[in-house]
Write a protein that binds this ligand. Structure first.
Ligand SMILES: NC(=O)c1ccc[n+]([C@@H]2O[C@H](COP(=O)([O-])OP(=O)(O)OC[C@H]3O[C@@H](n4cnc5c(N)ncnc54)[C@H](O)[C@@H]3O)[C@@H](O)[C@H]2O)c1
Length: 293
């Protein structure tokens, strides 16, 4: 099956990145959001990213113009998906919103279209089950920031066929990503390891094993992570980490995934990391200052 037209649902952090890499790879892209201001913001981000590439000599002005010319911002869902070969969804991580959206997409998209969700945690099988084409439903998990990160985790739901997997592997490779194939399970492969690892760092802080900066330096230099786990936690958002930890306990029925009390306390205090200005580091000054616990 040949994919030529892609509809991207959501023009936020992930959606605009996905639209960008698809357009750069030569696909015709419709990027849909629910308000023109989100579409404009998404398109502005794409333009800024591409122009950064121009300054670094990685892309020409002609390539920028051609890529931008292949992306159309769309408000109407039907218009976005009615001629799509592939729909990639990157709307907020809210189960009801995703299920309602997939029902509507299934009605409006051509019969041959493949439906892919960029969800971080919601069951692919659960979303596939509200459509009439669960065999064509799949997880396509990009990483943030999409134009920079080299991986797509492909997630097979209960009914996803090998043919659907092959098509999504081809598209992922064409947009410049390596792929791994995982069977559906909470957290797929990456978050299943990452979230308990970050939580373990927080348990260690809670127990007074090391300071925030020493734990970050230990893992940054000792394991060659690009940044320490507590800096990363502040980037991801402590509310998101807590949500995923609680979701893992609920799904796996295993307390080894439990969130540290310190994480829950910080979220209750509104200390959710960079986006709130306070987390394991204090972001109110020029440079982040580690907090003491
Ligand atoms: N942020 C990350 O690091 C990351 C990484 C991998 C996967 N994800 C997943 O990607 C998805 C999107 O996350 P994000 O960080 O881009 O969120 P975001 O809030 O930046 O963007 C979501 C966008 O979707 C729009 N939207 C809401 N309802 C919509 C609808 N019905 N149709 C079209 N657009 C709609 C919103 O207006 C918003 O612009 C989530 O499922 C998230 O779990 C996020």
């Amino acid at each position: 099956m040949d994919i030529r037209k892609i509809a991207v649902l959501g023009a936020g952090q992930m959606g605009n990145g996905i639209a960008q890499v698809c357009a750069q790879a030569g696909y015709e892209v419709k990027m849909r959001d629910i308000d023109q201001k989100f579409i404009d913001k998404g398109l502005a981000t794409i333009k800024k990213n591409l122009e950064r590439g121009l300054k670094k000599g990685r892309i020409t002005q002609e390539e920028i113009d051609a890529s931008l010319g292949r992306i159309k911002g769309v408000l109407d869902l039907k218009e976005a998906v009615e001629d799509a070969d592939l729909v990639i969804e990157a709307i907020p991580e809210i189960v009801k919103l995703k299920l309602d959206t997939w029902k509507a997409v299934d009605e409006a998209a051509p019969e041959h279209a493949i439906l892919a969700s960029n969800t971080s945690s919601i069951s692919i099988t659960q979303m596939a089950a509200v459509t009439k084409r669960p065999e064509k439903f799949i997880g396509m998990h990009f990483f943030n920031p999409v134009p920079v990160m080299g991986l797509v985790e492909i997630i097979k739901g209960q009914a996803t066929t090998d043919e659907t997997v092959k098509v999504i592997e081809r598209v992922s490779h064409k947009v410049g990503k390596k792929t791994v194939l995982v069977n559906e399970a909470p957290g797929f492969a990456v978050n299943r390891l990452l979230v308990p690892a970050i939580n373990e760092a927080i348990f260690a802080i809670q127990e007074g094993v090391a300071t925030v900066e020493d734990m970050d330096t230990a893992i940054h230099l000792g394991l060659n992570w690009p940044m320490g786990p507590l800096t990363l936690a502040d980037f991801v958002g402590l509310d998101t980490l807590l949500y995923i930890s609680d979701y893992f306990v609920e799904e796996f029925k295993d307390s080894k995934y439990r969130a540290p009390a310190l994480l829950r306390k910080m979220v209750r205090a509104g200390w959710v990391g960079r986006k709130s200005g306070m987390g394991f580091y204090d972001y109110s000054g020029e440079k982040p200052v580690p907090n003491r616990f």
